[in-house]
Design a protein around this ligand. Sequence first.
Ligand code: PMP
Length: 443
Amino acid sequence: DSVFAHVVRAPEDPILGVTVAYNKDPSPNKLNLGVGAYRTEEGKPLVLNVVRRAEQMLVNDQSRVKEYLPIVGLADFNKLSAKLIFGADSPAIQENRVTTVQCLSGTGSLRVGAEFLARHYHERTIYIPVPTWGNHPKVFTLAGLTVKTYRYYNPATRGLDFEGLLEDLSAAPSRAIVLLHACAHNPTGVDPTLEQWEQIRKLMRSKAMLPFFDSAYQGFASGSLDGDAQSVRMFVADGGECLAAQSYAKNMGLYGERVGALSIEQIEIPVVSVVVGVKERRNSFKDILVLFVRVPRLMYFCHDSQVCKSADVSAKVESQLKLVIRPMYSNPPIHGASIVATILKDSNMYHEWTVELKAMADRIISMRQQLFNALQAKGTPGDWSHIIKQIGMFTFTGLNAEQVAFMTKEYHIYMTSDGRISMAGLSSRTVPHLVDAIHAAVT
Ligand code: PMP
């Protein structure tokens, strides 16, 4: 007998398992609304033109080699990724308060961040929303954190349970880590408003909690990269610390390239010793540089400046991130990060990307409207307005597991059992089929 004969069969991944079942279904009408990957109106996967163009440039560049990247990944990619999420004019970046490492897409960034926290942060509990992306609890538990939850979604309103959220975070211990979806919450498609974000920020800062942002859909929710980063930027602007895990899977369509970044932003360190004779407010990097240029002797005081202290913390954090990464996968892959860096550093290509990204977001928004209109037209019982209120890739339909099973069996429509459907997998052609199925499921 095999030495592995005793191994018990593990259950299929609840999300990826949907595709496994879909692939086995011979029906010509089958529809996969399970996995969060963008599809065109024709139901085909999409490679962005700007990505093709970047790849072509990379292939044509004979000087490019396939050497290992450093443990922390491609330097340009890291700098540009931090700018993308924190903002091009972010003081945190200018003041050397951000450490960024290239990781294996969003998942890898979350895992590296969590392992770093488990080793170096004093409060090892992370609070995650209910519900959340199914992989979160597993990633954080395996990294060595204790996972607890906070209320997020109210099934009755199909909207945010804001009071529940505030209550649970208020009751959580000070300094706990809190996982926040930067935008386009998965699976609910429900995000706090900016005013609500501001209240969350105040509460968390008053309790010295550590925000860990999961940003898997920047640009996909509103069609605007800056608009979708507002939650993160509010937390960065207050000078407190935060972590951000970025994925380029959805917004650049680089799913299988596994390209993402983890940024750790450190606190502003108040200036202890003020530069002689000059009454400084909290020195920014620029202020200090200007002073240094004017009075070179001031260099001597560099050790006491905020910038140097921040850079010092930043370097220490990076050194420890390397110790997490090296034994895990040594260093990240080069191709996807090179594509991203090529696009982000060229203003024309960057612009082309934003246009293509907006087109994807707009198609999803239009699918919401079409689905909602079709349900109205058919007179399907129930209030379906949440379909157009929710944002991002998913709609949390409110269909229960039994109704989902019915739709899969009778209509060959595949989705996760929590009733989440990927709007990106829908097209004008398939809306009527989905509406027939929903109608039959609820009547
Ligand atoms: N976080 C959330 C909320 C997600 O929905 C996803 C993708 N489904 C990820 C992280 C990670 O995706 P990836 O590792 O492919 O970037």
